[in-house]
Structures are given as structure tokens and as C-alpha cells.
Design a protein around this ligand. Structure first.
Ligand code: ATP
Ligand code: TYD
Length: 243
């Protein structure tokens, strides 16, 4: 196969800004206050959100790293930024689900809250024009998005990271319902867990309930996003300056 993965460039996304870092092979990940839903259709700027998601991401990347999952985290920079390894990101949104909600409920008609016997692993093609469609593994290989051997590694690590995070959130009073991961490779083709891990990219319900502590409060206008995310940070033992 003639495919090769491409390195990301400096880039302003919907929630973050990625800039080249101080040394070769590094990038600065800056967390913005912007929040979007429905592929950018619903938008807001919520002052302080970037700081909260940065603090949550930093702690969770450290937690998975301590549990033997290599991540892109190099070090903390300031209240809105972390230094990460510059990677070629697989154009896949890797989702792991513990309970049914969101798109799987709409697609398969499952009951919201149904608990899966084993966590479900899904891949979505990161392509805004196509609205990030759910794809099969065979599609990913045909489109040359990832090598089969790399997808096996990504699958194992995503399932393991879900286990670690699920156990951690249980210990602080939340059920981890589902979560999105991104992975990428460095120059030597080593695979790392990348991007953020925050209430923007996972669903948390108060233990034993369906009460959301994640971006669904914004998607569905259910509660105030800032106080919801602050509650998650507080239960994680994080202090956010200014709050
Ligand atoms: P996307 O659909 O690409 O995720 P977005 O606008 O939602 O777009 P943001 O989260 O705002 O994206 O921007 C972060 C971007 O940085 C993403 O495209 C993500 O894949 C990429 N990224 C995350 N970690 C790394 C890394 N270590 N090296 C290079 N790029 C990265
Ligand atoms: P999913 O139920 O597929 O999407 P929707 O938000 O349309 O109901 O999402 C599963 C989980 O993965 C959820 O926690 C949100 C997260 N996710 C992202 O953060 N970005 C994505 O592009 C996708 C597909 C999911």
C-alpha cells in the first residue's frame, strides 16, 4: 500500500488552536472558550471554558499515561495550553460506548441508557464535508485512513483507556457513558493517544441517573455549561483560577 500519514499543520479548530511548539516535533495545544454542537451549527463563547477543559484534559492524559497508554502530552504550559508531541492524526474519531445514547440510539433504535455487556468500539471518518460518518473498518482500509495493524493497536488502547477512565469517574460519582478519542503517529510511526479528554468529548452522567455533566447540557439546552463543567473539575479535585 502506498499510503503515508500526514503531519498536522498549525491550525485553528472549533475548540482549540494548534501551533508549532518551541522545539522540533512539538505543538502547543491552546484551549479556546468556544463551544459548538451539531457540526458547528450551534455556537457560543463561554468565558472560562477553555481553562476548565485544559485542566481536565491535563489530569486525564496524565492518568491514562500512568496506566501505560502512551499519550501526546509532554508538559503543562499555562492555564490554557499544554505542550504535546506533533503527530500525524489518523482521520478517525474513535468512540467507545458503555451505555447507549446519542447517535447509536437514533441509528439503531436502542433504548437510551441500555448498558452494553462489553464496551462498543466504533470509528467515524473525520470529514466535515461528509459530517463525520460512522464507517466500517473495511472502509477505513479502502480509504487508506489507517493500516489494519495500527487499527488493532488503536482499538486495544481505546478500550483500555475507556476502562481506566470509567473506573476513575465511578470513584468520583459519575458514570462514563461514551467517549471519543483521537490517535496519531510520530516520525517513527509510534502511536499515541492525542487531542483532548474533556466533557466536550465524552458523556458523564451522575452515578445511577441520566443527569448529564457534559456537552449535552449545551446541545440540548438542559443546564448551564460553565457550572456543569466546573462541577466535574471540582469533583476531580481541580482548582481553576478565577472560579
Ligand atoms: P476536527 O474535526 O479536526 O477535530 P475541530 O475544529 O473540532 O476539528 P479542534 O479540536 O478545535 O478541532 O482542533 C484540534 C485539532 O488538532 C484537531 O484536528 C485534532 O485532530 C488535532 N490534534 C490533536 N492532537 C494533536 C497532536 N498531538 N498533533 C497534531 N494535531 C493534533
Ligand atoms: P455520538 O453519540 O456518536 O454523537 P452525537 O453527539 O451526535 O450524539 O457521540 C459519542 C461520543 O463521542 C460523545 O461523547 C461525543 C463524542 N464525539 C465527539 O466528541 N466528536 C465526534 O466527532 C464524535 C463522532 C463523537
Amino acid at each position: 500500500m502506498g499510503m503515508s500519514y500526514n503531519f498536522s499543520m498549525s491550525y485553528e479548530g472549533k475548540a482549540k488552536i494548534m501551533k508549532d511548539g518551541p522545539s522540533e516535533g512539538t505543538m502547543i495545544m491552546y484551549f479556546k472558550d468556544d463551544v459548538t454542537a451539531g457540526n458547528g451549527k450551534k455556537k457560543a463563547v463561554i468565558e472560562g471554558k477553555g481553562k476548565i477543559n485544559k485542566a481536565i484534559t491535563l489530569k486525564l492524559l496524565k492518568l491514562v499515561e500512568e496506566n501505560a497508554i502512551p499519550t501526546h502530552l509532554i508538559e503543562d504550559i499555562d492555564d490554557r495550553s499544554i505542550l504535546v508531541k506533533k503527530l500525524k492524526i489518523f482521520p478517525l474519531e474513535v468512540v467507545v460506548r458503555n451505555k447507549a445514547t446519542g447517535s447509536i440510539v437514533r441509528r439503531l433504535g436502542l433504548e437510551k441508557g441500555l448498558e452494553f455487556e462489553r464496551p462498543l468500539f466504533e470509528i467515524f471518518y473525520k470529514n466535515d464535508d461528509l459530517h463525520d460518518p460512522l464507517i466500517c473498518q473495511e472502509h477505513a482500509f479502502m480509504l487508506e485512513l489507517i493500516y489494519p495493524d495500527d487499527l488493532l493497536i488503536v482499538r486495544n488502547r481505546a478500550l483500555r483507556a475507556n476502562e481506566i477512565l470509567k473506573e476513575y469517574f465511578t470513584s468520583i460519582g459519575f458514570d462514563l457513558i461514551d467517549i471519543k478519542f483521537e490517535f496519531g503517529v510520530d516520525e517513527e510511526e509510534n502511536i499515541y493517544l492525542a487531542d483532548e479528554i474533556s466533557p466536550d468529548t465524552m458523556r458523564l452522567w451522575a452515578k445511577g441517573t441520566t443527569e448529564s455533566f457534559d456537552k449535552d447540557v449545551f446541545r440540548e439546552d438542559k443546564a448551564d455549561l460553565l457550572s456543569t463543567y466546573l462541577e466535574v473539575a471540582k469533583r476531580m479535585g481541580l482548582k481553576i483560577e478565577g472560579f
